[in-house]
Design a binder for this molecule. Structure first.
Ligand code: SF4
Ligand code: FES
Length: 208
């Protein structure tokens, strides 16, 4: 594994070639916000909140730190006027889905985002894909999937799989940065298999 030296926020940082900018920054104790990233999962690059400014060969551009590999002599700025403006806009858009999310509110505070900048959307989901990917990549169950496209895109439990696999798992629930997953679960529970809970065998038989 060859070593690469790059600069992040004015500090020389050592990394190995398979690392992303996010990996290198975190190794060096430099924080970059993320919403769709999880170290156990393949990089996804959906939310763009990890956007940073990169300078390579005299050219400056923007990159998603969680998917952009490190490069020799790359110069990275994790904060700049442009980066902060982009993050503020992205947080505002996400807040339109989930204004109560503690994670989003925390980001809103850091980037001066207004939770009422955009009209509230009916879906609580910010399409980070953490739940769908966790179930597919780690649990290998595919009990969740994205449905539809564009503005109608949303996640849903797959009733046949979820009714068998999810009751004793629910490991993805804590990954959701909003309450979208709980809402989707409540919906599928009520609509698709309303009696399943009643059919569940209690873990311990009641002793009279
Ligand atoms: S339900 Fe939650 S974890 Fe799943 S994609 Fe939507 S916001 Fe992300
Ligand atoms: S954390 Fe990088 S795109 Fe979501």
């Amino acid at each position: 594994m060859s070593e690469i030296v790059l600069q992040i926020d004015g500090t020389k940082v050592r990394a190995t070639e398979e690392m992303t900018i996010l990996d290198a920054a975190r190794n060096a104790g430099i924080s970059i916000p993320t919403l769709c990233h999880n170290e156990k999962l393949e990089p996804y690059g959906a939310c763009r909140i990890c956007t940073v400014e990169v300078e390579s060969g005299g050219r400056t551009s923007l990159a998603a730190a969680c998917v952009r590999p490190v490069e020799k002599d790359l110069i990275v700025k994790t904060r700049s006027e442009k980066v902060d403006r982009i993050r503020k806009m992205l947080v505002q858009e996400a807040l339109a889905h989930a204004s109560d999310s503690a994670e989003l509110r925390n980001l809103a505070q850091q980037y001066g985002a207004d939770k009422d900048r955009f009209e509230q959307e009916s879906s609580l989901c910010i399409l980070c894909g953490l739940c769908v990917r966790y179930c597919a990549e780690i649990k290998k169950k595919d009990a969740l999937a994205f449905l539809d496209r564009g503005v109608k895109r949303e996640i849903s439990f797959i009733p046949d799989v979820a009714s068998k696999e999810c009751w004793n798992c629910k490991e993805c629930f804590s990954l959701c940065p909003t309450s979208a997953l709980h809402a989707a679960w409540a919906l599928i529970e009520a609509l698709a298999f309303p009696n399943t809970r009643l059919q569940q065998k209690p873990e311990k038989e009641e002793t009279a």
